[in-house]
Ligand binder design. Structure first.
Ligand code: C2E
Ligand code: MG
Ligand code: MG
Length: 747
């Protein structure tokens, strides 16, 4: 390199190797002549950086180009040292350059004397500049981005762990440390191995976890999601994603989400959906799933099993009479009684209002029957509600798998059909599924249809069963009982069609027909001088009709029947259900002058305290108690106690179902006022009843003209029959015997 070469010429021709090198440098650089310290050559990058022409630069004092204090000091020092025959030390530091546009550039500047191979003092110095502005900006941007990223990671609800490709920990956020309960000292830099060891210990199944991590490590680009359980009880969802840079996997990012609460809530919802809230037992849905599962296992193992459907008998009565709170308690207790007799593998569910199901594994017909017998016995054990003992029974339908069905739907349907059969057969028993049982429901639907047609076609009739005084044998009343003889179905007993009518609501129309028919009949008898009170059975649904009281009043008025000649027979459950509504309605009826009786007394759950408040004149002792008289000590006790209680409440007692003289004597001795039963007569058509009435009329000469309650009684009108009804009354040896010789006025 020749130091005498003028700078301008040097630039233009690139005369020396140093200058050629200078031009080839990508960064700004210039050569400074020593010891003059003047710029000899500059390259294009330097001109661009300094914003000046080469001519303006070449020949200028070196300190003009970079005039930072450090540069000025270095050039001064360089001059001093060169003058002393010593080369200056290189300068390598950062500086700032104000640009022509008024901006600032951050530069790294290196000033280095170019030593000569002969050891002589350096004749030139190379000043090279590296523009750091972009790097600086990129670094600042990177720092911002990192800060943002860090803030984001800290703000996320997930725990984040970043590892390198070989699994070493690169970083994690605070949430990660929280979830894994990391001790604070492990958060320090350089404790990555300890963090991994801690994680291994914190996982419930460490071995499996280690294996999974191994798999992930081997497949760097694999994304994976799994669930891990920690010893602390937390359940975490772990998502592993590859960490890539420039399309190359450089590690993994794991995010951990706490699923514990969500899983618990899910479990709770699932449990609610599959369980019955009242009893806490599995529900129908759950049972269906269990049955399906049992069917699947039956296919593999060949193990037969049995499904029992248990339906509480007449449970509605309990709800109606004891109230829903007691009803609920009874349901819970019934579930418990049934559950107690189960083997571990068996399953119970509440499949409906008062219905339970049992799944008996490894059970054939004999085992199912034995289990059903145990359930029947358990449910039939005496019950108690507020010191009031009562009886509850159940009916059981059984379907066997595979004999009676091969899926949950089939088995449940068949067991439920069988339970209906058990009920029809008198309840408190069990029935196995039979092929034709499914026809039962269809039969009920047909019966309902036939009933509606029968009413429209006038095929229903009322018969009247005499009620006989136990003191003098007179007929003191008549109970109207429905009779239906159908051209297709034959004679259908009320015990068969009334429950169906109650289920379908048809009882409202049917009961209304009975009411007006019976009142119309009683009114005819009344007009003809036969003042026999007629008792009408009233169903719960009918009684609860809002306009029931109005209806009774208007029918009585239409037929001009004195209300005292109508008696309404209500069951205990009607009286006890919804006492707030029943009581005013009863008082309304009583104030009309209508007589009220409690039918089938003893089969419900009335308490003495409640009965006392009712405007009821008579109790009808249920025939199930009369049946065992006089020998059955329990029936005898109940009869006596009922009569005593009724007397104490100022009520009369009518014994139902008296079939034998011994029964009649017993109920008479017990203090009953009247009886009804085959001993005297079954329910009679109106004509026969009127005739019977006449037969039992007392001698007109001796008979009292007024009844106990001021109404004229049955026998009073015997003579009147002749005139109004065209009946001839013939003299009889004992009392007044009436012979029908002419047109009757009965319907
Ligand atoms: P209930 O009201 O208790 O009627 C008495 C039942 O006992 C009648 O059966 C009657 O025929 C029967 N019975 C009478 N004496 C004897 C006897 O000595 N021995 C035996 N074993 N039974 C006797 P029925 O007519 O079959 O009626 C059965 C039930 O059907 C009635 O019981 C009543 O609950 C209901 N029912 C009948 N007619 C009507 C009606 O018009 N409306 C409503 N809602 N229910 C009715
Ligand atoms: Mg009755
Ligand atoms: Mg009765």
């Amino acid at each position: 390199m020749s130091l005498a070469t003028p700078p301008s010429a040097t630039l233009a021709a690139a005369a020396s190797p140093e200058e050629a090198l200078l031009q080839a440098l990508p960064d700004a650089a210039w050569l400074v002549e020593l010891p003059s310290c003047r710029v000899r050559a500059v390259n294009a990058a330097a001109c661009a950086l300094l914003g000046r022409e080469p001519r303006a630069l070449c020949g200028a004092p070196a300190e003009d180009l970079l005039a930072a204090p450090e540069d000025l000091a270095w050039w001064a020092e360089a001059r001093r040292l060169l003058a002393a025959g010593r080369p200056p030390e290189p300068l390598d530091s950062h500086t700032v350059l104000a640009t022509a546009e008024g901006g600032i550039r951050h530069l790294r500047r290196v000033a280095r004397p170019l030593h000569r191979s002969d050891g002589a003092a350096p004749a030139a110095c190379l000043v090279a500049l590296q523009d750091l502005s972009e790097t600086q900006q990129a670094r600042a941007e990177l720092a911002d981005a990192l800060a943002e990223l860090r803030a984001t990671l800290e703000a996320t609800a997930d725990g984040i762990l970043v590892t390198g490709l070989d699994g070493e920990v690169r970083g994690f956020n605070r949430r990660f440390a929280e979830l894994w309960a990391l001790p604070p000292e492990l958060a320090e830099v350089g404790r990555g191995a300890d963090v991994l060891a801690w994680m291994n210990r914190a996982v419930r199944d460490g071995k499996t976890q280690a294996r999974r991590l191994e798999t992930l490590r081997d497949a760097a680009s694999l994304a994976a999601t799994d669930r891990i359980e920690l010893v602390s009880g937390l359940v975490l969802e772990r998502v592993a994603r590859p960490l890539e840079s420039a399309g190359r996997a450089i590690g993994r990012v794991y995010s951990f989400r706490d699923l514990t609460e969500r899983l618990r809530a899910h479990d709770r919802i699932d449990a609610l959906a599959r369980h019955d809230a009242l009893t806490g037992l599995p529900n129908r849905l759950h049972m269906a799933a269990q049955i399906e599962q049992a069917v699947r296992s039956m296919r593999h193992t060949g193990d037969a099993f049995a499904l029992l459907v248990i339906d509480l008998d007449r449970f509605r009565r309990i709800n109606d009479s004891l109230g829903y709170e007691h009803g609920d308690r009874v349901l819970r207790d019934a579930g418990e009684r049934i559950r107690r007799g189960l083997r571990q593998a068996d399953q119970i569910a509440r499949t409906g209002g008062d219905q339970f199901a049992l799944l008996l594994r490894h059970a054939d017909a004999a085992a199912a029957e034995a289990a059903a017998a145990r359930v029947l016995a358990a449910v039939a054990r005496p019950w108690q509600a507020d010191d009031q003992p009562f009886t509850l029974t159940c009916s059981i339908g059984i379907a066997l798998c595979p004999a009676h069905g091969r899926n949950a739907d089939e088995l449940l349907t068949h067991a439920e059909a069988a339970v209906r059969q058990a009920k029809l057969a008198g309840s408190n028993g069990l029935r196995f599924h039979q092929q034709h049982a499914g026809a039962d429901l269809r039969a009920q639907i047909q019966l309902d249809h036939a009933m509606r047609q029968a009413l429209a076609a006038g095929r229903f009739r009322l018969h009247y069963q005499p009620q006989v005084s136990l003191s003098d044998g007179r007929i003191v009343g008549a109970e109207a009982l429905l009779r239906w003889s159908d051209p297709a179905l034959g004679e259908v007993p009320p015990g068969r069609f009334i429950p169906v009518a109650e289920d379908t609501g048809f009882i409202i129309a049917l009961g209304d027909w009975v009411l007006s028919r019976a009142i119309s009949q009683a009114a005819r008898w009344h007009r003809s001088g036969l003042e026999v009170p007629v008792a009408v059975n009233v169903s719960a649904l009918q009684f609860r009709q809002p306009r029931f009281l109005d209806r009774v009043r208007s029918v009585l008025r239409d037929h001009a029947l004195p209300p005292s000649l109508l008696e309404l027979e209500l069951t205990e459950s009607i009286l006890l259900h919804d006492a707030d509504q029943a009581l005013p309605r009863l008082h309304g009826l009583a104030s009309l002058g209508v007589r009220l009786a409690i039918d089938d007394f003893g089969t419900g759950y009335s308490s003495l305290a409640y009965l006392k408040r009712l405007p009821v004149g008579r109790l009808k002792l249920d025939r199930s108690f009369v049946h065992g008289l006089p020998d059955d000590a329990r029936d005898a006790g109940i009869t006596r106690a009922t009569v005593q209680m009724a007397l104490a409440l100022g009520m009369e007692v009518v014994a139902e179902g008296v079939e034998t003289e011994a029964q009649r004597r017993f109920v008479a001795a017990a203090g009953c006022h009247a009886f009804q039963g085959f001993l005297h007569a079954p329910a009679l058509d109106p004509l026969s009843f009127a005739s019977r009435l006449a037969e039992h009329a007392p001698d007109p000469a001796t008979a009292p003209r007024e009844g106990r309650d001021g109404n004229r009684r049955a026998g009073d009108g015997a003579a009147a029959l002749q005139g109004e009804r065209g009946l001839a009354v013939g003299a009889a040896p004992t009392g007044a015997r009436l012979a029908l010789v002419h047109r009757p006025v009965c319907d």
